[in-house]
Design a protein around this ligand. Structure first.
Ligand code: NAP
Length: 437
């Protein structure tokens, strides 16, 4: 069966009498393109379709989209049990059928339950629901997600990309990327990410700015919940990347946006000829500190150890930069300021214990990242640090759910490796879907 057009409705208790509600509803749905299966009807054949005594006797290959129940409340329990076993996606109980226990059971099993008699209202909901069904849903629009979108859509999958804010992720906040092949002089992060986006949408990937708040991967069609509704697809790629880690010191939250920043590309220009402090000793801290010297009069890089995690090439370049001063073996204890923003930081030398006050106008924090996996709430296996564990073909612990880019446990987190992940995950998702059908 073509997953894109699946609209199979089993009507339990369908009457052959054209005056009865069940007949009218089934006829209306049939005229609107739904495939009606009469279950336990009053006749052996209704609306020209063969009937079945119960849901369990339907042929195994039928993917049941909706079970529409026209039976008394006391008969609903066993029908719901069967609907759960047959992995129905929606149960529609006519208004007046009250079986709270069965309703709760169905909902706990991840089935959408509708209790209404108004055919128009339910039909509208069904149409809306069908519009929210995809082959592949990608969560996150950074380099990994956008590449997965390009490969998925180009491979003919109905592909949706959900991103909570701007496309491009952290790469779009990087002033210049010089280790992405194909651009010998380097390329601006925002420019590169815009072209990723253009290419993915050109091949038909649909892009929506919506945040996924909840997931349910327990059924064949995985469910992703945003404030606008429920999206579903048999294959999902999680490419939500990571967000900056905070220093967690007094004053950091208070002065966030008033001198404390996590993005040099976004805020660097506010510090022309001023003095800024950069915290961290990785690639980001060194790169962004050098970038900030374009604007600031002085940049002080504070690192908690006396050696850097950053690549050697960056360290050598940074050491040659005359506007950059290094303060090593030192941590920030507190950020202080006044009504206009940051004024000074309290620094503590971890070897001597000495505390000094350093007057600064801004503090840029680059002390690593935290993976964006909270919304998964344990739906897939994570490492202790919260990164997604992946196996063969970037599959997570849930079949059909893949992870790509910085969000997964991996050795190297770069735009180039995120691109490779995105392509591989999309092709693996396509293979997974083909094997389902
Ligand atoms: P990172 O490599 O994890 O480095 C984090 C830095 O912050 C480390 O120096 C760490 O110190 C320090 N740190 C961590 N927690 C701290 C705390 N509470 N207080 C003070 N210092 C703290 O993070 P990143 O630099 O953001 O890079 C993230 C990933 O992106 C890396 O894989 C990196 O290679 C990649 N990246 C690549 C490029 C590039 O290739 N051009 C550019 C940017 C980022 P310790 O060293 O003592 O642990």
């Amino acid at each position: 069966m073509d997953l894109k057009n699946a609209k199979t409705i089993a009507v339990v208790g369908l009457s052959g009498n054209p005056e009865r509600a069940s007949f009218k509803v089934a006829k209306y749905l049939k005229e609107n393109g739904y495939d009606i299966i009469p279950v336990n009807p009053t006749e052996a054949e209704v609306l020209g379709k063969t009937s079945y005594p119960d849901l369990m006797s339907l042929p195994a290959g039928i993917s049941l989209d909706i079970v529409n129940i026209f039976r008394k409340s006391e008969a609903v329990g066993p029908i719901v049990d069967q609907a759960i076993k047959r992995r129905a996606k929606m149960i529609w109980m006519q208004e007046g059928i009250v079986n709270e226990e069965a309703r709760k059971k169905a909902q706990d099993a991840g089935i959408d339950v509708v209790m209404d008699s108004c055919i128009m209202k339910v039909h509208k909901r069904l149409i809306g629901r069908d519009n929210m069904k995809y082959d592949l849903i990608i969560v996150g629009g950074g380099p990994a997600g956008l590449t997965a979108g390009l490969y998925g859509a180009r491979g003919g999958l109905k592909t949706l990309l959900l991103e909570k804010s701007m496309p491009g992720g952290q790469a779009a906040m990087t002033e210049r990327i010089e280790n992405y092949p194909g651009f010998p002089q380097g390329i601006g992060g925002p420019e590169l990410m815009m072209s990723f986006m253009e290419q993915a949408t050109r091949f038909g990937a649909e892009f929506k700015t919506e945040e996924v708040n909840k997931v349910d991967f327990s059924s064949r069609d995985k469910l992703l919940v945003t404030e606008n509704g429920n999206y579903s697809a048999p294959a999902v790629i999680i490419a939500t990347g990571s967000r900056p880690r905070f220093l967690d010191v007094p004053g950091e939250k208070e002065y966030h946006g008033r001198g404390v920043s996590y993005c040099a590309t976004c805020d660097g220009a506010f510090f022309r000829e001023k003095k800024v402090l950069v915290a961290g000793g990785g690639d980001s801290a060194l790169e962004e500190a050098m970038f900030l010297t374009k604007y600031a009069g002085e940049v002080v890089l504070v690192h908690r150890r006396d050696s850097f995690r950053a690549a050697k090439v960056l360290q050598e370049r940074a050491k040659k930069n005359e506007k950059l001063r290094f303060v090593l073996d030192t941590v920030i204890e507190e950020i202080k300021g006044g009504s206009k923003g940051v004024e000074q930081v309290m620094l503590r030398n971890v070897k001597t214990g000495e505390v000094t006050a350093e007057p600064v106008d801004g503090v840029f924090v680059f002390v690593g990242n935290i993976p964006n996996t909270q919304f998964l709430a344990g739906a897939v296996e994570l490492t202790e640090e919260g990164y997604i564990k992946t196996g063969d073909l970037l599959m997570t612990s849930v079949p059909g759910v893949f992870a790509a880019g910085d969000v997964r446990k991996k050795f190297l987190r770069q735009v180039s490796t995120a691109v490779g992940d995105g392509a591989e995950a999309a092709m693996a998702a396509e293979r997974f879907i083909n094997e389902l059908e």
